[in-house]
Structure formats: C-alpha cells, structure tokens
Ligand binder design. Structure first.
Ligand code: GRF
Length: 225
C-alpha cells in the first residue's frame, strides 16, 4: 500500500499526515487518555489509529470511543496459547496500518510475533526508574525498599520484562509518609507528561539507538542543540 494511502483518516487538520499509532491497554487507560489528548493537539506528529485491549472490561476502551478512536478487543482467554493470541493482536494492528505501538498498562508479556512485526517500534511506560523495580507493583517495591527517589520510564520493548533501551525518565521524590497509592498517584502525573513526549520523539524519527543507549537527535534545523 502506498504511503499516502496508509496514512488515511484525512481531515481538515492534516491528520492524514500524522503517524498512525496503536495503543494496547488492559485497564483504566489514563496513559491512553494522555496520548489521545496529545494527539488531538495541532501539530502533534502522531494519531491514535486504534486502541486494542485484551480485557473486554477495560475502562480505557470507553475513553477511546469517546475520543473517536477505533477499538478492538482480542481477549486472551479466547486463544489456546500466548503465541496464538499475539498473532491475532498483530493481525488487528496490521489491519489498521499501525506503524508504532504504545503499551499503556497492557498486562501481557510480548513475544516473538509482535517484536518481529514492529521491530524497534514498540514503546512501554513503567512506573519506576528502570532498571530499578521492573515488573508488577513497582510503586510498592519502591516504598518497601525505602528509596528516596522513584519515577517513571518510557522505554523500547524487547523480549525481557521492562529491560529495553531507555528513552526518557522522570524522577519523583518518595516522601516518608508515602504509601503505594500516594506514590503511584504522583508518578502518574509524570507518566502523563512523559509518554506523549517520548511518542513525539519516536514518530519524528529522533530516537537513535546506539547499542542499548538511546540518543535523542536534535530537531531538524537545530543542529548541535
Ligand atoms: C501505569 O502506571 C503504567 O506505568 C503501567 O501501568 C499503569 C497503567 O495505568 N505500565 P493506566 O491504565 O494508563 O491508567
């Protein structure tokens, strides 16, 4: 399919020129909401082409519908194994001509199909300063460990659990009275700022992978800054 035909969804605001992104969710979808509102801004270089959930009850699906994004449910319980489920997810993303994938609270580990299909084009947000506290309950781990600083990380997805190259991070102070919930709430504020910024850099072609380091290339016309 030709590039202009792929970038469909033409509108008066040149939304057809924006890079089509698929967002994968499993739950409430506040990061999805942040991405949707960034994509609604004039000049933002991406648009949420579709939102896919493995969980039919995910509240984020409703947010997506309200914003006018296409939605799909690919329930993992309908498939015999992880690989079959993932192949079905890839098929739906391909049907929508998605070029980048954002995991936003998607509670499934990715395997070979997704990584092969979208090499270097899958982002995730994690509520800790990786490589500290990967996996589930990162905010609880941070509180229990007694760190003074935690935060969030947007990273490329690889085959490990929250191990991919780091794109952006934001720090959040951990206060002595913090619980898992109060810390999570403050980290979330930073997540909602960081994820759209990382997506902007990604779809603009400004993330350059050097080994496992990610270099942010200057904006065109701003050499050396
Ligand atoms: C966020 O804390 C994100 O960092 C983690 O899962 C949570 C999803 O929250 N990966 P939401 O569904 O975006 O509100």
């Amino acid at each position: 399919m030709s590039e202009p035909a792929k970038r469909r969804g033409a509108g008066p605001d040149s939304s057809n020129l924006r890079v089509p992104v698929g967002v994968l969710i499993s739950g409430r979808g506040t990061n999805l909401a942040a991405l949707l509102s960034a994509c609604a801004e004039p000049g933002f270089p991406a648009r949420v082409e579709m939102v896919l959930s493995n969980n039919p009850a995910a509240a984020g699906l409703e947010r997506a519908r309200e914003a006018g994004a296409a939605t799909a449910v690919v329930d993992h319980r309908d498939y015999p194994d992880r690989e079959e489920h993932e192949r079905a997810v890839v098929k739906v993303l391909r049907e929508h001509d998605v070029e980048w994938v954002c995991l936003a609270g998607y509670q499934r580990l990715l395997g070979g199909s997704m990584l092969r299909e979208f090499p270097g084009h899958i982002l995730n947000i994690h509520p800790a300063l990786l490589p500290a506290f990967p996996g589930a309950h990162a905010q609880r781990q941070a509180v229990e460990y007694g760190v003074r600083l935690s935060g969030c990380t947007v990273h490329f997805v690889d085959e490990g659990v929250d191990t991919g190259p780091i794109i952006l991070q934001a720090g959040v102070a951990v206060e002595p009275h913090d619980t898992e919930d109060t810390l999570a709430e403050r980290i979330l504020v930073e997540e909602h700022r960081l994820y759209p910024e990382a997506l902007r850099l990604a779809v603009s072609g400004r993330l350059v992978l050097e080994g496992r380091k990610v270099r942010v290339a200057p904006r065109p016309g701003r050499m050396g800054r």
